[in-house]
Design a protein around this ligand. Structure first.
Ligand SMILES: NC(=O)c1ccc[n+]([C@@H]2O[C@H](COP(=O)([O-])OP(=O)(O)OC[C@H]3O[C@@H](n4cnc5c(N)ncnc54)[C@H](O)[C@@H]3O)[C@@H](O)[C@H]2O)c1
Length: 381
C-alpha cells in the first residue's frame, strides 16, 4: 500500500509537492498554520489542474481525484498516519527544530522525516530528533510539479534504508533523482554559483553590460536564460541570500564571494520581476536595452563563465558530493543547462578549460580562479 504523505507548509514549494504526491496516487495531508495559505494552495491547484484539462493533459475525473487526494489542515496531529513527511516551511533552523520535535511525538517510529531545505544542513535539522536515522533531505526545484530533478541528501545520521526508500519514492513520482552529500548548496545551488557570480564580476569590471552578458550566454552559450534575466526571475533578494549562505557555509571561500552589485540591487528593492525592477526595468513602456552584439567579446564572456562553472562541477565530484553523472544530470534537469558540465568540458577539451582558468588565476592572482585538482588530473591523463 502507498504511504500517506504529509507535507508541512503550503507555500510555493509545499503546495507543489502536495500536488505531485497526489498526482502519484498518494493520500496527502497538507498542513500550514496559516489558513489563508491553505486556501490559496487549494484555489491555485484548481486553476493549475483546469489548465491541464484545457491542454488535454488530464481529464475532469483525474482533476477531481487529485483534488480529493489532498486533505488541507492546520493541525499537525493529522500527520499521525503518514509514512513520509516532507517539510517545506520557512528557512529557519530554530523553527524547523521546533517543528520536527513536535512531529516526532505524533508520527510512527518508522515514519521518514524529510526536509526540502535549500541551504541548511540536513544533519543540523536532524540534530533535534530522538531518532535521527530517519532524517533525509528531499530537495525539489521550483515549480515542483514541472521540474524533473530531486536531490536526495542523506545526513551523517541517516540510515541507508531511509535513503533508499526516499530514492524509490521520488522515482515512483517520475522524478530524476540524484543522491548527494550533505554539503552547502548540495549539487545545483553550489555548482551554479559562478553562473551568477562570474557574470556579476564581468559586469563590475566594466567588460560588458547586463544585456550583453545575457545575450552572450544565450546566443553563444546556448543557455535558456541569461544570468541577469534569471536573477531577476528568481529574485535578487532570494538569489543573494543563497549566495551569501553558501559563502558563509564554505567558511568564506573566495570562490563563492557575493557581489556588491547584487547586494545593492537587493537593498534597493530591485528584486526583479516581482517588484517591477531588477537589473532590468519591467514597467510598461520601459525601454528594452540592446546588447552589443560583438561576437569576439561574447565568446570571451561565455568562455570565462563556462570555465568557472566547469571548475565548480569538477570540485563537486572531487569532494565526493556526487558522481560526475549525477552532477551532469542535476544541472541539465534542475536548471536546464544545455549540456552537463563535465560532458561539456570533454567536448571543449579539459586542457583548454584548464588553460582558461590558469590564465585567469595568474592574471588576477585570486583564489577564486584556482583550477580544481581533479580537472588538472584529467588533463594529465
Ligand atoms: N522557493 C523556492 O524556489 C525553493 C526551492 C527549493 C527549496 N525551497 C525551500 O523550501 C522551503 C519552503 O520554501 P517556500 O519558497 O515554499 O516558502 P513559502 O514562504 O512560500 O512557504 C512557507 C510556508 O510555510 C508556512 N509555515 C511557516 N512556519 C510554519 C510552521 N511552523 N508550521 C506550519 N507551516 C508553517 C507558511 O505559512 C508558508 O505557507 C524552504 O526551506 C526553502 O529553502 C524553496
Amino acid at each position: 500500500m502507498k504511504h500517506t504523505i504529509g507535507v508541512l507548509g503550503a507555500g510555493t514549494m509545499g503546495a507543489g509537492i502536495a500536488q505531485v504526491a497526489s498526482q502519484s496516487g498518494h493520500a496527502v495531508v497538507l498542513v500550514d498554520l496559516n489558513k489563508e495559505q491553505l486556501d490559496k494552495a487549494k484555489s491555485n491547484l484548481a486553476k493549475t489542474l483546469s489548465k491541464l484539462i484545457e491542454k488535454e493533459k488530464i481529464t475532469d475525473a483525474q482533476k477531481n481525484e487529485i483534488e480529493r487526494g489532498i486533505h488541507y489542515s492546520s493541525d499537525i496531529n493529522d500527520f499521525a498516519t503518514c509514512g513520509v513527511i516532507i517539510e517545506a516551511i520557512v528557512e529557519d533552523l530554530a523553527v524547523k527544530h521546533k517543528v520536527f520535535e513536535s512531529l516526532e511525538k505524533i508520527v510512527a517510529e518508522d515514519c521518514i522525516l524529510a526536509s526540502n531545505t535549500s541551504s541548511l544542513s540536513i544533519a543540523s535539522i536532524g540534530g533535534s530528533l530522538q531518532k535521527a536515522n530517519r532524517i533525509i533531505g528531499i530537495h525539489f526545484f521550483n515549480p515542483a510539479p514541472l521540474m524533473p530533478l530531486v536531490e536526495v541528501i542523506p545526513a551523517v545520521q541517516t540510515d541507508q534504508s531511509t535513503c533508499d526508500e526516499a530514492v524509490d519514492l521520488m522515482k515512483s513520482w517520475g522524478k530524476t533523482v540524484v543522491v548527494c552529500k550533505d554539503t552547502p548548496g548540495f549539487i545545483v545551488n553550489r555548482v551554479a554559483r559562478p553562473f551568477y557570480g562570474e557574470a556579476l564580476r564581468i559586469y563590475e569590471e566594466g567588460i560588458a553590460d547586463f544585456t550583453t552578458i545575457d545575450w552572450a550566454m544565450t546566443e553563444i552559450g546556448g543557455f535558456k536564460m541569461g544570468p541577469f534575466t534569471l536573477m531577476d526571475y528568481i529574485g535578487n533578494d532570494v538569489n543573494y541570500a543563497v549566495t551569501e549562505s553558501v559563502f558563509q557555509a564554505f567558511y568564506y571561500d573566495p570562490r563563492f564571494k557575493p557581489s556588491f552589485t547584487q547586494k545593492r540591487h537587493s537593498e534597493a528593492g530591485f528584486y526583479g520581476r516581482k517588484t517591477g525592477r531588477g537589473y532590468y526595468d519591467y514597467s510598461e513602456g520601459a525601454i528594452i536595452p540592446t546588447p552589443t552584439k560583438d561576437y569576439a567579446l561574447g565568446q570571451q564572456i561565455v568562455d570565462r563563465i563556462l570555465a568557472m562553472l566547469i571548475n565548480e562541477a569538477y570540485d563537486a565530484v572531487f569532494m565526493q558530493v556526487a558522481t560526475a553523472e549525477a552532477v551532469d544530470l542535476a544541472m541539465t534537469k534542475g536548471v536546464n543547462y544545455p549540456k552537463g558540465l563535465i560532458e561539456w568540458s570533454k567536448e571543449i577539451g579539459t586542457k583548454e578549460i584548464l588553460n582558461r582558468l590558469e590564465t585567469l588565476f595568474s592574471f588576477y592572482g585570486e583564489d577564486r580562479y584556482r583550477p580544481n585538482p581533479l580537472l588538472k588530473r584529467e588533463v594529465l591523463h
